[in-house]
Write a protein that binds this ligand. Structure first.
Ligand code: 3PG
Length: 213
C-alpha cells in the first residue's frame, strides 16, 4: 500500500511545509517551488484558506505533488481530498484519520515519535511516518535508534530541519524525505516577491541532488 507514493517521496527528498494566510499567494508559491525543482508542497490546515490553496496549486502546477498538512480530523481529510490533495500529513497518530485515509486510498503520513506510535502505523500497513517535532524528540539520534528495531520503516522528520542539518538528515537511509518551512517562511514573500523562496528552494534541492543523485 502507498508504495508509489513512498517512491515519489524518496525522489522529492524535501517537502516544504507551507503555511498560507492568503489564497493569492498559492499560485506564485507553486510556480516558485516548481522553478526551483522542488515539486511538492504540504499545505497546512492551520489557516482557513488551506483547501482553496491546495486547489489553486494543483490547478496552476498539475505535475506538482500537493498534500495537506496539520490534518487532525476525518472532516479535514475529506476537505483536503475534495480540493485535490494527493497526500495527508498529521502531527500525531490518529487511528480514525489513518483508517479513513486508507479507505480512501489516500497516502497518509501520521506523526509517530514513539515505538508504540510506529507499531500502530505498521499494523495499518504504513511504512513511512512523520517524525515531529524532530529536534525536540532527539533528531537523527532518535530516528537511528527507532530504525534499528523497525527494520525497513522510514521517517519524514520535520520541526527544526534547516539548511544547517538537512544534509545530515538526508544522508541517513532511514529517512525517506525531510519536511520544513525554512524555504517558504512568510518573511521571504511578505512583499509578494517569491524569488527568495525560489532561491532557498533551489539551494535545498542542490543538497538533495548531491546526496541522492
Ligand atoms: C511542521 O509543521 O512540520 C513544522 O512546523 C515545520 O517545522 P519547521 O518550521 O521547524 O520547519
Amino acid at each position: 500500500m502507498f508504495e508509489d507514493f513512498y517512491a515519489q517521496l524518496e525522489k522529492l527528498g524535501i517537502v516544504p511545509v507551507v503555511v498560507l494566510e492568503k489564497v493569492e499567494d498559492a499560485v506564485p508559491m507553486a510556480h516558485a517551488l516548481m522553478r526551483a525543482g522542488m515539486a511538492s508542497a504540504e499545505v497546512t490546515f492551520r489557516t482557513a484558506c488551506a483547501a482553496e490553496c491546495i486547489a489553486a496549486m494543483r490547478n496552476a502546477e498539475p505535475s506538482m505533488c500537493v498534500g495537506a498538512g496539520t490534518v487532525l480530523t476525518c472532516e479535514q481529510v475529506d476537505q483536503a481530498r475534495e480540493a485535490g490533495a494527493q497526500f495527508i500529513v498529521s502531527p500525531g497518530y490518529s487511528n480514525e484519520v489513518v483508517e479513513h485515509c486508507i479507505e480512501l486510498g489516500l497516502p497518509v503520513l501520521p506523526g509517530c515519535v514513539t515505538p508504540s506510535d510506529i507499531t500502530s502505523a505498521i499494523e495499518h500497513g504504513l511504512h513511512v511516518t512523520k517524525f515531529f517535532p524532530a529536534a525536540q524528540y532527539g533528531g537523527l539520534a532518535t530516528i537511528k535508534a527507532l530504525a534499528a528495531p523497525f527494520v525497513g520503516h522510514r521517517f519524514m522528520p520535520t520541526g527544526g530541519v534547516n539548511t544547517a542539518n538537512v544534509r545530515e538528515y538526508l544522508s541517513c537511509p532511514a529517512i525517506a524525505a525531510c519536511g520544513g518551512t525554512w524555504m517558504v517562511k512568510p518573511a521571504l514573500f511578505v512583499d509578494g516577491d517569491f524569488s527568495r523562496v525560489e532561491d532557498e528552494a533551489r539551494k535545498a534541492m542542490e543538497v538533495v541532488r548531491d546526496i541522492r543523485g
